[in-house]
Design a protein around this ligand. Structure first.
Ligand code: DC
Length: 230
């Protein structure tokens, strides 16, 4: 069957990554979590004193450091899913902390950060056979993707999911803090000047607030078959 490009965009913590990873595994496609890439830049900036305690970002320093930020993904044989590596060190857990979550949106709004990461993402998808999730995959990274999905869910449902995820990993979690962070990121992500999050005109919208993971999987495979069966 011909290989296609699948773009899954939408709000934070609405299960995009889980659905994208599962779909990629099912189809034998490459999976790329673009949010993890913005999180890596944020982690690097935090570790190198590029983000001040008041949240301000040293743009000159960050721009100079961009060539030293090397992001890659390697399959974790235990989970069967790819882990994120920053300069060859596995940072899959570190990039999911609240500290990174609360600084990532301003970093993702910086034009030179976006252009550097978008160029890498486009290179990863040159051969097609890829499922990529993020905010601007269907609009900016792959505007010609054959299948585009835009996922939404209510902020409360998303906060509960992120809370459960952190707790399951044994990490600290406060529901109200997570909810506030989600609302704040929704706002910044959809109001920034460069590539704001928006549904591509030809994307299919999926509100998964009340859909089981199994149902969602079936629905996604149906969408894939519909496109590939053409
Ligand atoms: O999906 P996530 O929560 O891991 O994304 C982290 C942040 O990165 C989020 O605040 C929005 C931003 N992001 C983006 O601007 N563009 C993307 N393609 C992916 C994520």
């Amino acid at each position: 069957m011909r290989k296609i490009t699948i773009a899954i965009d939408g709000f934070s913590s609405c299960g995009k990554s889980t659905m994208a990873k599962d779909l990629a595994r099912e189809l034998g496609y490459i999976y790329v979590d673009t949010g993890a890439m913005y999180r890596c830049v944020t982690l690097y900036a935090l570790r190198h004193g590029i983000i001040d305690t008041d949240g301000s970002i040293n743009l000159l320093k960050l721009e100079a450091e961009i060539p030293n930020i090397n992001i890659s993904f390697k399959l974790n044989k235990e989970t069967g899913r790819p882990d994120t590596y920053l300069n060859n060190v596995n940072v899959e857990s570190e990039i999911r902390t609240m500290e990174v979550s609360s600084h990532v949106s301003p970093i993702a709004a910086i034009p030179f950060v976006r252009s550097a990461l978008v160029a890498q993402q486009q290179k990863m998808g040159e051969e097609k056979g890829i499922v990529m999730d993020g905010r601007d995959v269907g609009t900016v990274v792959f505007p010609n993707a054959e299948l585009k999905i835009f996922v939404t869910a209510s902020p409360e449902v998303r906060a509960q999911r992120r809370y459960d995820e952190l707790k399951a990993k044994g990490l600290e979690a406060d529901f109200e803090e997570i909810l506030e962070n989600i609302k704040q990121r929704d706002y910044i992500d959809s109001h920034r000047e460069v590539s704001p999050m928006r549904k591509a005109d030809d994307a299919i919208e999926l509100d998964n607030s009340h859909i089981s993971i199994t149902k969602q999987k079936q629905w996604l495979i149906e969408q894939y078959k519909r496109v590939c069966g053409k």
